[in-house]
Design a protein around this ligand. Structure first.
Ligand code: FAD
Ligand code: SF4
Length: 515
Protein backbone atom coordinates (compact mmCIF):
# COMPACT_ATOMS: atom_id res chain seq x y z
CA UNK A 1 0.00 0.00 0.00
CA UNK A 2 1.17 3.52 -0.81
CA UNK A 3 -0.34 5.54 2.01
CA UNK A 4 -2.30 5.04 5.19
CA UNK A 5 -4.19 8.28 5.81
CA UNK A 6 -5.02 8.86 9.48
CA UNK A 7 -8.19 10.78 10.39
CA UNK A 8 -8.19 11.71 14.06
CA UNK A 9 -11.35 12.31 16.08
CA UNK A 10 -11.00 16.09 15.87
CA UNK A 11 -10.26 16.16 12.13
CA UNK A 12 -13.70 15.47 10.72
CA UNK A 13 -13.33 17.76 7.74
CA UNK A 14 -14.06 16.68 4.18
CA UNK A 15 -12.06 19.64 2.84
CA UNK A 16 -8.98 18.52 4.74
CA UNK A 17 -5.62 18.55 2.95
CA UNK A 18 -5.48 14.80 3.61
CA UNK A 19 -8.00 14.18 0.85
CA UNK A 20 -6.37 16.42 -1.79
CA UNK A 21 -4.49 13.67 -3.55
CA UNK A 22 -6.08 10.66 -1.92
CA UNK A 23 -6.11 7.79 -4.39
CA UNK A 24 -8.58 5.01 -3.44
CA UNK A 25 -6.69 2.58 -5.68
CA UNK A 26 -3.44 2.90 -3.69
CA UNK A 27 -4.35 4.52 -0.36
CA UNK A 28 -6.50 3.65 2.64
CA UNK A 29 -8.12 5.85 5.30
CA UNK A 30 -7.66 4.91 8.93
CA UNK A 31 -9.68 5.78 12.03
CA UNK A 32 -9.55 4.21 15.48
CA UNK A 33 -11.39 4.41 18.79
CA UNK A 34 -9.09 3.55 21.71
CA UNK A 35 -9.62 3.56 25.45
CA UNK A 36 -6.39 5.41 26.33
CA UNK A 37 -7.65 8.61 24.68
CA UNK A 38 -10.52 8.62 27.20
CA UNK A 39 -8.29 7.62 30.09
CA UNK A 40 -5.06 9.61 29.90
CA UNK A 41 -7.14 12.19 31.73
CA UNK A 42 -10.37 10.93 33.36
CA UNK A 43 -12.65 12.18 30.57
CA UNK A 44 -16.22 13.23 31.12
CA UNK A 45 -18.58 10.72 29.53
CA UNK A 46 -20.00 13.40 27.21
CA UNK A 47 -16.50 14.30 25.99
CA UNK A 48 -15.83 10.67 25.08
CA UNK A 49 -19.25 10.33 23.47
CA UNK A 50 -19.06 13.46 21.31
CA UNK A 51 -15.77 12.35 19.75
CA UNK A 52 -16.90 8.77 19.10
CA UNK A 53 -20.35 9.69 17.81
CA UNK A 54 -19.02 12.39 15.47
CA UNK A 55 -16.31 9.99 14.21
CA UNK A 56 -18.86 7.28 13.44
CA UNK A 57 -21.07 9.73 11.55
CA UNK A 58 -18.07 10.94 9.58
CA UNK A 59 -17.01 7.38 8.73
CA UNK A 60 -20.40 6.82 7.07
CA UNK A 61 -19.76 9.76 4.71
CA UNK A 62 -16.29 8.49 3.87
CA UNK A 63 -17.70 5.05 3.02
CA UNK A 64 -20.46 6.63 0.92
CA UNK A 65 -17.69 8.13 -1.22
CA UNK A 66 -16.45 4.62 -1.87
CA UNK A 67 -13.14 5.32 -0.15
CA UNK A 68 -11.40 2.37 1.53
CA UNK A 69 -11.46 2.88 5.29
CA UNK A 70 -10.09 0.80 8.15
CA UNK A 71 -12.18 1.77 11.19
CA UNK A 72 -11.30 0.17 14.53
CA UNK A 73 -14.21 0.27 16.97
CA UNK A 74 -13.83 0.44 20.72
CA UNK A 75 -13.95 -3.05 22.23
CA UNK A 76 -13.50 -4.77 18.85
CA UNK A 77 -9.69 -4.67 18.69
CA UNK A 78 -6.90 -5.45 21.20
CA UNK A 79 -5.08 -2.08 21.18
CA UNK A 80 -5.15 0.35 24.06
CA UNK A 81 -3.41 3.31 22.45
CA UNK A 82 -3.58 4.96 19.05
CA UNK A 83 0.14 4.34 18.52
CA UNK A 84 -0.22 0.59 19.15
CA UNK A 85 -3.20 0.41 16.81
CA UNK A 86 -1.47 2.45 14.11
CA UNK A 87 1.76 0.48 14.38
CA UNK A 88 -0.14 -2.79 13.91
CA UNK A 89 -2.09 -1.51 10.88
CA UNK A 90 0.98 -0.06 9.17
CA UNK A 91 2.85 -3.34 9.58
CA UNK A 92 -0.06 -5.50 8.46
CA UNK A 93 -0.89 -3.36 5.42
CA UNK A 94 2.80 -2.70 4.61
CA UNK A 95 2.06 1.02 4.17
CA UNK A 96 4.98 3.04 2.80
CA UNK A 97 3.76 6.35 4.17
CA UNK A 98 1.52 7.46 7.01
CA UNK A 99 -0.20 10.79 6.33
CA UNK A 100 -2.06 12.90 8.83
CA UNK A 101 -3.20 16.47 9.30
CA UNK A 102 -1.22 18.05 12.16
CA UNK A 103 -2.78 16.60 15.36
CA UNK A 104 -4.21 18.97 17.98
CA UNK A 105 -1.93 17.67 20.72
CA UNK A 106 1.83 17.71 20.89
CA UNK A 107 1.78 14.36 22.75
CA UNK A 108 -0.22 12.64 20.01
CA UNK A 109 1.81 14.17 17.23
CA UNK A 110 5.05 12.75 18.70
CA UNK A 111 3.51 9.34 19.51
CA UNK A 112 1.93 8.78 16.07
CA UNK A 113 5.03 9.82 14.20
CA UNK A 114 7.12 7.42 16.31
CA UNK A 115 4.62 4.59 15.77
CA UNK A 116 4.63 5.07 11.98
CA UNK A 117 8.41 5.25 11.80
CA UNK A 118 8.87 2.21 14.04
CA UNK A 119 6.67 0.26 11.66
CA UNK A 120 8.90 1.31 8.78
CA UNK A 121 6.70 3.98 7.17
CA UNK A 122 7.47 7.60 6.37
CA UNK A 123 5.47 10.11 8.41
CA UNK A 124 3.98 13.06 6.50
CA UNK A 125 1.87 15.71 8.16
CA UNK A 126 -0.25 18.36 6.47
CA UNK A 127 -1.24 21.78 7.77
CA UNK A 128 -4.67 21.98 9.32
CA UNK A 129 -6.66 24.23 6.96
CA UNK A 130 -9.39 24.51 9.51
CA UNK A 131 -7.51 27.39 11.11
CA UNK A 132 -6.99 30.89 9.79
CA UNK A 133 -3.41 31.25 11.01
CA UNK A 134 -0.85 28.48 10.59
CA UNK A 135 1.83 27.92 13.28
CA UNK A 136 4.65 29.24 11.04
CA UNK A 137 2.73 32.43 10.29
CA UNK A 138 2.05 32.88 14.01
CA UNK A 139 5.75 32.32 14.76
CA UNK A 140 6.60 35.08 12.23
CA UNK A 141 4.12 37.40 13.88
CA UNK A 142 5.48 36.57 17.35
CA UNK A 143 9.15 36.94 16.42
CA UNK A 144 10.88 39.73 18.36
CA UNK A 145 7.90 40.35 20.68
CA UNK A 146 8.72 40.04 24.39
CA UNK A 147 5.14 39.34 25.32
CA UNK A 148 2.36 38.05 23.12
CA UNK A 149 -0.84 40.04 23.41
CA UNK A 150 -4.07 38.81 21.89
CA UNK A 151 -5.27 42.32 21.07
CA UNK A 152 -2.28 42.99 18.79
CA UNK A 153 -2.69 39.63 17.07
CA UNK A 154 -6.41 40.27 16.66
CA UNK A 155 -5.77 43.57 14.83
CA UNK A 156 -3.31 41.73 12.60
CA UNK A 157 -5.92 39.06 11.78
CA UNK A 158 -8.67 41.62 11.15
CA UNK A 159 -6.44 43.39 8.65
CA UNK A 160 -5.17 40.16 7.10
CA UNK A 161 -8.69 38.91 6.37
CA UNK A 162 -10.30 42.36 6.02
CA UNK A 163 -12.93 41.56 8.61
CA UNK A 164 -15.06 44.34 10.10
CA UNK A 165 -13.00 46.99 8.28
CA UNK A 166 -14.38 49.88 6.26
CA UNK A 167 -13.11 50.93 2.85
CA UNK A 168 -10.29 52.98 4.37
CA UNK A 169 -9.14 49.95 6.33
CA UNK A 170 -10.47 51.40 9.60
CA UNK A 171 -12.43 49.29 12.11
CA UNK A 172 -16.20 49.31 11.55
CA UNK A 173 -17.98 51.20 14.33
CA UNK A 174 -14.94 53.41 15.01
CA UNK A 175 -13.10 51.10 17.43
CA UNK A 176 -11.23 47.80 17.32
CA UNK A 177 -13.04 46.50 20.34
CA UNK A 178 -16.23 47.14 22.27
CA UNK A 179 -15.11 45.30 25.37
CA UNK A 180 -16.58 47.95 27.67
CA UNK A 181 -20.06 47.08 26.31
CA UNK A 182 -19.47 43.34 26.85
CA UNK A 183 -19.64 43.31 30.63
CA UNK A 184 -23.34 43.61 31.40
CA UNK A 185 -24.91 41.59 34.19
CA UNK A 186 -28.58 40.72 34.65
CA UNK A 187 -28.85 42.71 37.88
CA UNK A 188 -31.41 41.41 40.36
CA UNK A 189 -34.29 40.84 37.94
CA UNK A 190 -32.45 38.08 36.08
CA UNK A 191 -32.28 37.20 32.40
CA UNK A 192 -36.03 36.65 31.93
CA UNK A 193 -37.16 34.26 29.18
CA UNK A 194 -34.12 32.90 27.39
CA UNK A 195 -34.31 31.34 23.91
CA UNK A 196 -33.70 27.59 24.24
CA UNK A 197 -30.82 26.54 21.97
CA UNK A 198 -31.62 23.95 19.31
CA UNK A 199 -30.94 20.45 20.55
CA UNK A 200 -30.02 17.34 18.57
CA UNK A 201 -31.66 14.27 20.02
CA UNK A 202 -29.35 11.23 19.72
CA UNK A 203 -30.10 9.10 16.65
CA UNK A 204 -29.61 5.29 16.64
CA UNK A 205 -25.81 5.32 16.03
CA UNK A 206 -25.37 7.98 18.72
CA UNK A 207 -27.47 5.97 21.20
CA UNK A 208 -25.20 3.02 20.49
CA UNK A 209 -22.19 5.20 21.34
CA UNK A 210 -23.82 6.43 24.56
CA UNK A 211 -24.38 2.83 25.64
CA UNK A 212 -20.80 1.89 24.75
CA UNK A 213 -19.46 4.80 26.81
CA UNK A 214 -21.52 3.74 29.85
CA UNK A 215 -20.32 0.16 29.40
CA UNK A 216 -16.60 0.88 28.89
CA UNK A 217 -16.19 3.90 31.17
CA UNK A 218 -18.71 3.44 34.01
CA UNK A 219 -16.60 5.27 36.63
CA UNK A 220 -15.85 8.32 34.54
CA UNK A 221 -17.26 11.67 35.64
CA UNK A 222 -20.27 13.36 34.11
CA UNK A 223 -23.66 12.43 32.78
CA UNK A 224 -24.97 11.55 29.31
CA UNK A 225 -28.63 12.25 30.09
CA UNK A 226 -28.71 15.66 28.42
CA UNK A 227 -26.42 14.79 25.50
CA UNK A 228 -27.67 16.82 22.51
CA UNK A 229 -24.57 18.23 20.79
CA UNK A 230 -24.28 18.73 17.01
CA UNK A 231 -22.40 15.79 15.50
CA UNK A 232 -22.44 16.44 11.74
CA UNK A 233 -21.68 19.45 9.52
CA UNK A 234 -25.41 19.87 8.80
CA UNK A 235 -26.22 19.96 12.52
CA UNK A 236 -23.34 22.36 13.17
CA UNK A 237 -24.73 24.68 10.49
CA UNK A 238 -28.17 24.48 12.08
CA UNK A 239 -26.67 25.27 15.49
CA UNK A 240 -24.87 28.27 13.99
CA UNK A 241 -28.03 29.63 12.36
CA UNK A 242 -29.94 29.16 15.61
CA UNK A 243 -27.27 31.10 17.52
CA UNK A 244 -27.15 33.95 14.99
CA UNK A 245 -30.94 34.38 15.04
CA UNK A 246 -31.73 33.73 18.67
CA UNK A 247 -28.74 34.66 20.80
CA UNK A 248 -26.10 36.67 18.94
CA UNK A 249 -27.96 40.01 19.34
CA UNK A 250 -27.60 39.85 23.15
CA UNK A 251 -24.31 37.91 23.17
CA UNK A 252 -22.17 41.05 23.37
CA UNK A 253 -23.92 42.67 26.27
CA UNK A 254 -24.19 39.54 28.43
CA UNK A 255 -21.03 37.71 27.41
CA UNK A 256 -19.63 37.83 30.97
CA UNK A 257 -22.86 37.35 32.94
CA UNK A 258 -23.72 34.22 34.93
CA UNK A 259 -27.02 33.04 36.41
CA UNK A 260 -28.02 30.03 38.54
CA UNK A 261 -29.65 27.24 36.55
CA UNK A 262 -28.92 28.90 33.18
CA UNK A 263 -25.91 27.24 31.55
CA UNK A 264 -26.28 28.66 28.02
CA UNK A 265 -27.53 32.25 28.34
CA UNK A 266 -26.59 33.91 25.01
CA UNK A 267 -23.55 31.77 24.20
CA UNK A 268 -23.01 30.01 20.89
CA UNK A 269 -22.44 26.40 22.02
CA UNK A 270 -20.27 26.05 18.91
CA UNK A 271 -16.81 25.35 20.34
CA UNK A 272 -17.08 21.56 20.16
CA UNK A 273 -18.36 21.64 16.55
CA UNK A 274 -15.54 24.03 15.61
CA UNK A 275 -12.90 21.94 17.35
CA UNK A 276 -14.09 18.67 15.78
CA UNK A 277 -13.90 20.59 12.44
CA UNK A 278 -17.58 20.13 11.65
CA UNK A 279 -17.83 23.81 10.78
CA UNK A 280 -15.14 26.23 9.61
CA UNK A 281 -14.34 29.35 11.64
CA UNK A 282 -14.55 31.37 8.40
CA UNK A 283 -18.21 30.35 8.00
CA UNK A 284 -18.96 31.22 11.63
CA UNK A 285 -17.33 34.65 11.32
CA UNK A 286 -19.08 35.40 8.01
CA UNK A 287 -22.45 34.53 9.50
CA UNK A 288 -21.87 36.97 12.38
CA UNK A 289 -20.67 39.75 10.06
CA UNK A 290 -23.73 39.22 7.83
CA UNK A 291 -25.92 39.66 10.92
CA UNK A 292 -24.35 43.09 11.47
CA UNK A 293 -24.85 44.07 7.85
CA UNK A 294 -28.50 43.04 7.91
CA UNK A 295 -28.93 44.86 11.27
CA UNK A 296 -29.89 41.65 13.01
CA UNK A 297 -27.18 42.16 15.65
CA UNK A 298 -25.35 45.21 17.03
CA UNK A 299 -21.66 45.89 16.64
CA UNK A 300 -20.75 45.03 20.25
CA UNK A 301 -22.22 41.54 19.77
CA UNK A 302 -20.67 40.87 16.37
CA UNK A 303 -17.27 42.34 17.18
CA UNK A 304 -17.27 40.53 20.56
CA UNK A 305 -17.98 37.23 18.85
CA UNK A 306 -15.47 37.77 16.03
CA UNK A 307 -12.82 38.64 18.64
CA UNK A 308 -13.37 35.25 20.31
CA UNK A 309 -13.17 33.21 17.12
CA UNK A 310 -10.70 35.14 14.95
CA UNK A 311 -8.76 36.53 17.91
CA UNK A 312 -8.65 34.29 20.97
CA UNK A 313 -9.15 30.96 19.26
CA UNK A 314 -6.39 31.45 16.68
CA UNK A 315 -4.15 33.18 19.22
CA UNK A 316 -4.18 30.35 21.75
CA UNK A 317 -3.42 27.81 19.04
CA UNK A 318 -0.47 29.88 17.86
CA UNK A 319 0.85 30.15 21.41
CA UNK A 320 0.41 26.40 21.96
CA UNK A 321 2.56 25.37 18.99
CA UNK A 322 5.10 28.10 19.70
CA UNK A 323 5.59 27.13 23.33
CA UNK A 324 5.15 23.37 23.49
CA UNK A 325 6.41 21.12 24.97
CA UNK A 326 7.92 23.33 27.76
CA UNK A 327 4.60 25.18 28.11
CA UNK A 328 2.96 22.22 29.86
CA UNK A 329 5.63 22.22 32.60
CA UNK A 330 5.31 25.88 33.59
CA UNK A 331 4.57 26.79 37.20
CA UNK A 332 6.05 30.23 37.73
CA UNK A 333 4.09 30.86 40.95
CA UNK A 334 5.32 27.54 42.40
CA UNK A 335 1.80 26.39 43.26
CA UNK A 336 1.49 22.89 44.68
CA UNK A 337 -2.00 22.36 46.19
CA UNK A 338 -3.98 19.33 45.00
CA UNK A 339 -7.22 19.96 43.09
CA UNK A 340 -10.11 19.76 45.60
CA UNK A 341 -12.53 16.87 45.22
CA UNK A 342 -15.39 19.34 44.77
CA UNK A 343 -14.17 19.88 41.16
CA UNK A 344 -15.17 16.31 40.39
CA UNK A 345 -18.65 16.83 41.81
CA UNK A 346 -17.97 16.59 45.55
CA UNK A 347 -20.29 18.58 47.85
CA UNK A 348 -19.53 22.21 48.53
CA UNK A 349 -21.31 25.11 50.23
CA UNK A 350 -19.81 27.54 47.74
CA UNK A 351 -22.79 28.11 45.49
CA UNK A 352 -20.86 29.54 42.55
CA UNK A 353 -18.60 26.47 42.40
CA UNK A 354 -21.48 24.11 42.97
CA UNK A 355 -23.37 25.69 40.01
CA UNK A 356 -20.39 25.76 37.63
CA UNK A 357 -19.18 22.26 38.49
CA UNK A 358 -22.77 20.98 38.49
CA UNK A 359 -23.50 22.15 34.95
CA UNK A 360 -20.06 20.94 33.83
CA UNK A 361 -20.92 17.46 35.09
CA UNK A 362 -24.40 17.57 33.52
CA UNK A 363 -23.44 18.90 30.08
CA UNK A 364 -19.65 18.99 29.69
CA UNK A 365 -20.08 22.74 29.25
CA UNK A 366 -19.41 25.98 31.09
CA UNK A 367 -19.04 29.34 29.41
CA UNK A 368 -15.89 31.42 29.33
CA UNK A 369 -16.40 33.51 32.46
CA UNK A 370 -17.47 30.50 34.50
CA UNK A 371 -14.25 28.76 33.43
CA UNK A 372 -12.04 31.80 33.94
CA UNK A 373 -13.48 33.72 36.88
CA UNK A 374 -15.04 30.96 38.95
CA UNK A 375 -13.35 27.62 38.26
CA UNK A 376 -9.94 28.87 37.16
CA UNK A 377 -9.89 31.83 39.55
CA UNK A 378 -10.60 29.63 42.58
CA UNK A 379 -7.85 27.15 41.64
CA UNK A 380 -5.38 30.01 41.21
CA UNK A 381 -6.35 31.69 44.49
CA UNK A 382 -6.06 28.39 46.31
CA UNK A 383 -2.65 27.72 44.74
CA UNK A 384 -3.52 24.51 42.89
CA UNK A 385 -0.69 22.83 40.98
CA UNK A 386 -1.16 23.98 37.34
CA UNK A 387 -0.85 20.46 35.96
CA UNK A 388 -3.72 19.27 38.19
CA UNK A 389 -6.13 21.98 37.03
CA UNK A 390 -5.00 21.52 33.42
CA UNK A 391 -5.84 17.80 33.63
CA UNK A 392 -9.27 18.68 34.99
CA UNK A 393 -10.08 21.19 32.24
CA UNK A 394 -8.87 18.76 29.59
CA UNK A 395 -11.07 16.02 31.04
CA UNK A 396 -14.42 17.66 31.61
CA UNK A 397 -15.42 19.78 28.60
CA UNK A 398 -16.84 18.50 25.33
CA UNK A 399 -14.72 21.07 23.47
CA UNK A 400 -11.45 20.20 25.20
CA UNK A 401 -8.49 19.52 22.94
CA UNK A 402 -5.06 20.37 24.26
CA UNK A 403 -4.13 23.07 21.70
CA UNK A 404 -7.00 25.22 22.99
CA UNK A 405 -7.36 24.03 26.58
CA UNK A 406 -3.74 24.22 27.72
CA UNK A 407 -3.00 27.88 26.81
CA UNK A 408 -6.36 28.95 28.20
CA UNK A 409 -5.70 27.17 31.47
CA UNK A 410 -1.97 27.50 32.07
CA UNK A 411 -1.43 30.80 30.26
CA UNK A 412 -4.64 32.74 30.71
CA UNK A 413 -6.26 31.38 33.84
CA UNK A 414 -3.32 30.21 36.02
CA UNK A 415 -0.60 32.69 34.98
CA UNK A 416 1.72 29.65 35.09
CA UNK A 417 3.87 31.02 32.24
CA UNK A 418 4.64 34.23 34.11
CA UNK A 419 2.60 36.53 31.87
CA UNK A 420 3.70 35.62 28.34
CA UNK A 421 0.07 35.46 27.29
CA UNK A 422 -1.79 37.87 29.57
CA UNK A 423 -0.59 41.03 31.26
CA UNK A 424 -1.74 40.17 34.80
CA UNK A 425 -3.24 37.27 36.70
CA UNK A 426 -7.01 36.87 36.43
CA UNK A 427 -7.77 36.93 40.15
CA UNK A 428 -10.88 38.37 41.77
CA UNK A 429 -12.63 38.20 45.13
CA UNK A 430 -16.24 37.23 45.77
CA UNK A 431 -17.23 40.81 44.87
CA UNK A 432 -16.70 40.03 41.17
CA UNK A 433 -18.89 36.91 41.35
CA UNK A 434 -21.56 38.93 43.14
CA UNK A 435 -21.49 41.66 40.47
CA UNK A 436 -21.70 39.28 37.51
CA UNK A 437 -24.21 36.70 38.79
CA UNK A 438 -26.89 35.86 41.33
CA UNK A 439 -24.79 33.05 42.81
CA UNK A 440 -24.04 34.88 46.06
CA UNK A 441 -27.76 35.37 46.78
CA UNK A 442 -28.04 31.61 47.27
CA UNK A 443 -24.85 31.12 49.22
CA UNK A 444 -24.20 30.77 52.93
CA UNK A 445 -21.05 32.91 52.59
CA UNK A 446 -20.84 36.69 52.30
CA UNK A 447 -18.65 37.94 49.44
CA UNK A 448 -17.82 41.13 51.35
CA UNK A 449 -16.19 39.27 54.25
CA UNK A 450 -12.62 38.00 54.31
CA UNK A 451 -12.56 36.55 57.83
CA UNK A 452 -15.01 34.82 60.14
CA UNK A 453 -17.58 32.05 59.87
CA UNK A 454 -19.44 33.67 56.96
CA UNK A 455 -16.36 34.86 55.07
CA UNK A 456 -16.44 33.99 51.36
CA UNK A 457 -13.51 31.65 50.54
CA UNK A 458 -12.92 33.55 47.28
CA UNK A 459 -12.49 36.77 49.25
CA UNK A 460 -10.26 35.25 51.95
CA UNK A 461 -8.07 33.55 49.37
CA UNK A 462 -7.99 36.65 47.16
CA UNK A 463 -6.35 38.79 49.87
CA UNK A 464 -4.13 35.88 50.82
CA UNK A 465 -3.04 35.58 47.16
CA UNK A 466 -2.18 39.29 47.00
CA UNK A 467 -0.23 38.90 50.21
CA UNK A 468 1.65 35.76 49.14
CA UNK A 469 2.63 37.16 45.75
CA UNK A 470 3.35 40.73 46.78
CA UNK A 471 6.98 40.61 45.84
CA UNK A 472 6.27 39.61 42.26
CA UNK A 473 3.37 41.96 41.53
CA UNK A 474 3.35 44.96 43.88
CA UNK A 475 5.97 46.90 41.88
CA UNK A 476 4.79 45.89 38.42
CA UNK A 477 3.15 48.78 36.48
CA UNK A 478 0.17 46.60 35.36
CA UNK A 479 -0.58 45.18 38.80
CA UNK A 480 0.66 47.76 41.32
CA UNK A 481 -2.77 49.41 41.66
CA UNK A 482 -4.53 46.13 42.44
CA UNK A 483 -1.85 45.23 45.01
CA UNK A 484 -1.96 48.69 46.61
CA UNK A 485 -5.37 47.82 48.10
CA UNK A 486 -3.59 45.33 50.34
CA UNK A 487 -2.35 48.17 52.53
CA UNK A 488 -5.96 48.72 53.66
CA UNK A 489 -6.10 45.11 54.91
CA UNK A 490 -3.07 45.15 57.19
CA UNK A 491 -5.12 44.89 60.40
CA UNK A 492 -6.83 41.72 59.18
CA UNK A 493 -3.91 40.17 57.39
CA UNK A 494 -2.84 37.66 60.02
CA UNK A 495 -6.42 36.42 60.43
CA UNK A 496 -6.78 36.18 56.63
CA UNK A 497 -3.58 34.13 56.36
CA UNK A 498 -4.79 31.72 59.05
CA UNK A 499 -8.25 31.36 57.53
CA UNK A 500 -6.75 30.79 54.06
CA UNK A 501 -4.48 28.11 55.48
CA UNK A 502 -7.48 26.38 57.08
CA UNK A 503 -9.23 26.37 53.67
CA UNK A 504 -6.16 24.97 51.98
CA UNK A 505 -5.92 22.16 54.53
CA UNK A 506 -9.66 21.39 54.42
CA UNK A 507 -9.82 21.36 50.62
CA UNK A 508 -6.74 19.16 50.33
CA UNK A 509 -8.49 16.42 52.33
CA UNK A 510 -9.81 13.69 50.08
CA UNK A 511 -8.35 15.31 46.92
CA UNK A 512 -8.03 12.68 44.20
CA UNK A 513 -9.02 11.94 40.61
CA UNK A 514 -12.19 9.90 40.10
CA UNK A 515 -10.68 7.05 38.08
P1 FAD B 1 -18.99 31.50 23.10
O1 FAD B 1 -18.82 32.15 24.41
O2 FAD B 1 -20.29 31.69 22.46
O3 FAD B 1 -17.80 32.03 22.15
C1 FAD B 1 -17.82 31.80 20.74
C2 FAD B 1 -16.64 31.00 20.27
O4 FAD B 1 -15.44 31.70 20.49
C3 FAD B 1 -16.44 29.67 20.97
O5 FAD B 1 -17.25 28.66 20.41
C4 FAD B 1 -14.96 29.40 20.78
O6 FAD B 1 -14.72 28.70 19.59
C5 FAD B 1 -14.36 30.79 20.68
N1 FAD B 1 -13.68 31.17 21.92
C6 FAD B 1 -14.14 32.00 22.87
N2 FAD B 1 -13.19 32.21 23.80
C7 FAD B 1 -12.14 31.46 23.45
C8 FAD B 1 -10.86 31.23 24.02
N3 FAD B 1 -10.46 31.84 25.14
N4 FAD B 1 -10.05 30.37 23.40
C9 FAD B 1 -10.41 29.76 22.26
N5 FAD B 1 -11.60 29.95 21.67
C10 FAD B 1 -12.44 30.79 22.26
N6 FAD B 1 -12.42 26.52 24.56
C11 FAD B 1 -12.39 25.37 23.89
O7 FAD B 1 -12.84 25.31 22.76
N7 FAD B 1 -11.86 24.25 24.46
C12 FAD B 1 -11.34 24.26 25.72
O8 FAD B 1 -10.88 23.23 26.20
C13 FAD B 1 -11.36 25.48 26.44
N8 FAD B 1 -10.88 25.54 27.71
C14 FAD B 1 -10.92 26.73 28.39
C15 FAD B 1 -10.38 26.79 29.67
C16 FAD B 1 -10.37 27.98 30.36
C17 FAD B 1 -9.76 28.07 31.73
C18 FAD B 1 -10.91 29.14 29.76
C19 FAD B 1 -10.89 30.44 30.49
C20 FAD B 1 -11.47 29.08 28.50
C21 FAD B 1 -11.47 27.89 27.78
N9 FAD B 1 -12.00 27.81 26.49
C22 FAD B 1 -11.94 26.62 25.82
C23 FAD B 1 -12.54 29.00 25.82
C24 FAD B 1 -14.04 29.22 26.02
O9 FAD B 1 -14.36 29.16 27.38
C25 FAD B 1 -14.88 28.24 25.23
O10 FAD B 1 -14.47 28.21 23.90
C26 FAD B 1 -16.35 28.63 25.26
O11 FAD B 1 -16.81 28.71 26.59
C27 FAD B 1 -17.17 27.65 24.47
O12 FAD B 1 -18.53 27.94 24.55
P2 FAD B 1 -19.36 28.59 23.35
O13 FAD B 1 -19.14 27.82 22.10
O14 FAD B 1 -20.76 28.75 23.83
O15 FAD B 1 -18.58 29.97 23.22
FE1 SF4 C 1 -19.13 32.06 45.58
FE2 SF4 C 1 -18.38 33.52 47.68
FE3 SF4 C 1 -20.49 34.24 46.24
FE4 SF4 C 1 -20.60 32.07 47.79
S1 SF4 C 1 -20.36 34.18 48.46
S2 SF4 C 1 -21.35 32.25 45.69
S3 SF4 C 1 -18.53 31.29 47.59
S4 SF4 C 1 -18.39 34.14 45.53
Amino acid sequence: MRRLCVVLGDQLDLDSALFDDFDPAQDCLWMAEVSSEAQHVPSHKARIAIFLAAMRHFSVVLRQRGWPLEYLRLGEHPHETLSQALNASVSRLAAQQVCCVQPGEWRLCAALRAAAEQAGARWIDYPDRHFLCQPDEFADWARGRKQLRMEHFYHYMRKRYRILLDEQGQPVGGAWNFDARNRGSFARQGPGMLPAPCAFQPDAPTREVLQAVERHFPHHPGSLEAFDWPLTPAQAEQALEDFIEQRLPAFGQYQDAMWSGEPWLYHARLSAALNLKLIHPRRVIEAAVDALQSRQAPIEAVEGFVRQVLGWREFVRGVYWLRMPQFAEQNILAHGQPLPWLYWGGDTDMHCLSECVGQTMSYGYAHHIQRLMVLGNFALLLGVRPEAIHRWFLAVYVDAVEWVELPNVLGMSQYADGGHMVSKPYVASGAYVKRMSNYCQHCRFDPALAVGEKACPFTTLYWDFLDRHQQRFAQHPRTALQWRALSGKQAQLQAIREQAERWRRRLAEGAREPC
